[in-house]
Design a protein around this ligand. Structure first.
Ligand code: ADP
Ligand code: ADP
Ligand code: ZN
Length: 221
């Protein structure tokens, strides 16, 4: 397997599996830029941009934003990165169309990591998830609380619950995942790019599993 300088990695898994948390840790460890499409949408919604206004009605209900909007936004973002650094994409692709668009661009991934966690555990994690509206950091009131009560460790802002982490939107997001995103796993499996990681256990236990996968792949390079 040949990866060139830096890996192009996709993180897949149901809402609440820990994709964003693990992507941030990987990004720090290997110096690969982390792109979260959900985070881009939240920033655009907060700033009330044209893109934000278009996306908001889908995001708050837990529905997928239409492919044409997401594909253009993501490819543009990837084009703005240093091409020698690779990427960690978290939250994209979520449909077969999005995966194909990536393969038809110059940003086809090297590896796809599926973080699998059962739905009950995901729901538990999501109900106590909090995020920082200023810098995007993710916390959990039970499993990963900030040092000071409800204050972001990084930038000092007050952390909040996401609109789409409330019960009805969470249900809609799982439905979207089962219908539209699960087929993407088979798409990458058929390409021989899919690696499955058990997402149960603590954040550091999962992180160790992912790091040893990456190390074993880099050794083969
Ligand atoms: P995703 O990006 O897959 O939706 P996140 O990374 O946002 O998931 O994690 C969902 C929530 O669960 C967050 O509140 C996060 O702090 C927490 N979390 C992440 N990984 C774990 C873990 N291994 N154990 C417990 N909680 C976790
Ligand atoms: P989670 O971490 O809980 O899986 P994200 O933060 O990745 O959620 O995404 C939040 C929301 O942003 C999604 O429910 C969807 O409305 C929108 N979104 C993010 N990425 C995509 C995408 N690739 N395609 C369509 N919609 C997306
Ligand atoms: Zn912050």
């Amino acid at each position: 397997m040949s990866f060139g300088d830096k890996l192009k990695i996709i993180m897949l898994g149901p809402p609440g599996a820990g994709k964003g948390t693990q992507a941030a840790l990987l990004s720090e460890k290997y110096g690969i830029p982390h792109i979260s499409t959900g985070q881009i949408f939240r920033e655009q919604i907060e700033a009330k941009t044209g893109l934000g206004l278009k996306a908001k009605k889908y995001v708050v209900k837990g529905e997928l934003v239409p492919d044409e909007i997401v594909i253009e936004m993501t490819i543009k973002k990837l084009e703005s990165l240093d091409p020698n650094k690779g990427y960690i994409l978290d939250g994209y692709p979520r449909t077969i169309n999005q995966a194909k668009a990536l393969d038809n661009s110059k940003f086809s991934p090297d590896i796809v990591i599926e973080v699998y966690v059962d739905e009950d555990e995901c729901v538990k994690r999501l109900s106590s998830r909090r995020y920082c509206p200023k810098c995007g950091a993710t916390y959990n009131l039970i499993f990963n609380p900030p040092k000071n009560d409800e204050i972001c460790d990084i930038c000092g802002s007050k952390i909040k619950q996401r609109e789409d982490d409330k019960e009805e939107a969470v249900r809609a997001r799982f439905k979207e995942y089962h219908i539209k995103t699960k087929p993407v796993l088979d798409y990458y499996k058929a390409q021989g790019k899919l690696y499955r990681i058990d997402g149960k256990g603590s954040i550091s236990e999962v992180s160790k599993r992912i790091n040893s996968l990456i190390e074993s792949l880099l050794k083969k390079d």
